[in-house]
Design a protein around this ligand. Structure first.
Ligand SMILES: NC(=O)c1ccc[n+]([C@@H]2O[C@H](COP(=O)([O-])OP(=O)(O)OC[C@H]3O[C@@H](n4cnc5c(N)ncnc54)[C@H](OP(=O)(O)O)[C@@H]3O)[C@@H](O)[C@H]2O)c1
Length: 434
């Protein structure tokens, strides 16, 4: 790459995101050249299968199945990884950075597991590593945390960052669908994969929360440090009762800070109906941040899809290209080497909703109340729902006052052991904030 010549881009991957990124670079090349002050040229594209049908706008001569033809091409100064998966994407990013090439990635798994290592590698090599598309698709949240909010002490972050589960939960809330039915609809529309485990078990959201929390709290968080629970156990009745109590249910990714520790969790949460995040429906994402200077700020938009994601990837490419063109060195990441303690989820204090099926006879409630009371859990309300004369059972819904997770888990174990309790159907954390 000559001092004033064109800036060469090598793409790793030409799938949903890669094809649209290639399209942006090719279709908007004139405008990009004006914005950057240098030509930005797509040089080479790595794919798995060269014979696949592709967007006709992309010259086939650029395609290769050999990674080295992208990673070692002297004309490629910026490597853009849009392949997905942990390997070989991680190795390719390492190779790109250690050979002095700038890198852009959309890969949440790699950044959540290996972000600190790759950031250190980029800083050592004096090159850029940007990853805006790894969280929230087209929502410019990484840039906001890296730059605009950097002066803040962030106290908490509440986010809906998985569009697939938000679509499923919206369908369950609005149409009373069972989980399996809503999942089937999401799969038919292409919002959920054939194997939906990463989304419905909260792994995808946990990866994204780790990336956001590292930036928001200037520390190193990895995906496996996030406590997570999925959405598969939720029932249509939980949504109905939640609404009667003034809530909806969302898969929230939450990071909150105490003096020297972080609590990181992804699980179904009851959110008050009046809250902004309760109104984020379908495949949309939203991230709410509380900072000491900015107060509350909310980012909302499309968290996936070819166009929104290409907005983020192409934005990163242009940021890097402008920096190269003006001879600027990359700025520091803002993530410090210090490690905040990660609080065990058992230490968390919040309110709880529990749905139990119990024997329909006098004195049952008193037994349950005693079990909770012995563990210092105070009941805010109890509602008796459907009684079933054939099975002689009744359903009760309990809302607690704030209680410690460890005590609540202990109470669930003890309640399950009571003769009168047939089932503890659901236990959902109730979140009240700002
Ligand atoms: N899709 C979204 O809405 C979205 C949103 C945000 C972030 N992302 C992230 O963006 C990345 C790409 O996602 P995507 O949806 O575009 O994936 P995709 O449609 O599956 O495309 C993957 C591309 O990478 C190529 N590839 C995969 N493994 C390869 C290997 N071992 N060697 C060579 N080429 C390989 C594939 O080649 P072939 O074409 O030959 O199969 C394909 O072109 C992922 O990290 C994803 O998490 C996606």
């Amino acid at each position: 790459m000559s001092r004033n010549g064109s800036i060469g881009v090598g793409l790793l991957g030409l799938g949903v995101v890669g094809s649209q990124v290639a399209r942006v670079l090719l279709e908007k090349s004139e405008r990009i050249a004006q914005q950057v002050g240098r030509q930005v040229t797509l040089r080479r594209i790595l794919v798995r299968d060269r014979s696949k049908a592709r967007d006709p706008l992309v010259p086939r001569s650029l395609l290769t199945v050999k990674a080295s033809e992208v990673l070692e091409d002297p004309a490629v100064g910026v490597v853009v990884e849009v392949m997905g998966g942990e390997q070989p994407a991680l190795d390719y990013l390492r190779r790109a950075l250690s050979s002095g090439r700038h890198a852009v990635t959309a890969n949440k798994e790699v950044m959540a597991k290996h972000g600190p290592e790759l950031i250190a590698l980029a800083e050592e090599a004096g090159v850029h590593l940007t990853y805006e598309a790894s969280v929230g698709g087209g929502i410019p949240i990484i840039g906001a945390l890296r730059n605009d909010l950097l002066a803040n002490e962030v106290t908490s972050l509440h986010a809906i960052i998985n569009g697939t589960t938000n679509y499923i939960l919206t369908k369950m809330a609005q149409e009373g669908l069972a989980f399996e039915t809503a999942l089937g609809q999401a799969q038919a529309l292409g919002y959920a994969e054939a194997d939906p485990a990463n989304d419905v078990e909260g792994l995808d959201a946990a990866f994204k929360l780790a990336i956001l929390a590292s930036l928001a709290f200037h520390t190193q968080v990895r995906g496996h440090e996030v406590y997570r629970e999925g959405i598969a156990r939720l029932t249509a009745r939980d949504f109905q009762y939640a609404r009667e109590l003034g809530y909806t249910i969302k898969l929230l990714a939450i990071a909150s800070r105490t003096d020297d520790a972080l609590l990181l969790r992804v699980h179904p949460s009851m959110v008050p109906l009046g809250h902004l995040l309760a109104k984020v429906d379908g495949v949309f994402n939203a991230i709410e941040i509380q900072g000491d200077l900015v107060g509350q700020v909310v980012f909302h938009g499309q968290g996936a899809g070819a166009l929104p994601t290409s907005s983020a990837v192409a934005g990163d490419i242009l940021e890097v290209a402008r920096s190269i063109a003006s001879g600027r060195r990359p700025v520091r990441s803002g993530i410090l080497n210090s490690r905040l303690r990660i609080l065990p989820v058992e230490e968390m204090v919040t309110q709880y909703y529990a749905r139990l099926t119990v024997t329909d006879r006098a004195g049952v409630l008193a037994q349950i109340a005693r079990t909770l009371g012995d563990l210092n859990i105070s009941i805010a309300s109890v509602i008796q729902k459907n009684a079933d004369p054939t099975t002689q059972t009744a359903e009760i819904v309990i809302m607690t006052h704030p209680a410690q997770e460890a005590s609540v888990q202990q109470a669930v174990r003890q309640a399950r052991a009571l003769d009168v309790v047939r089932e503890v159907g659901s236990l959902i954390r109730v979140e009240h904030w700002s």
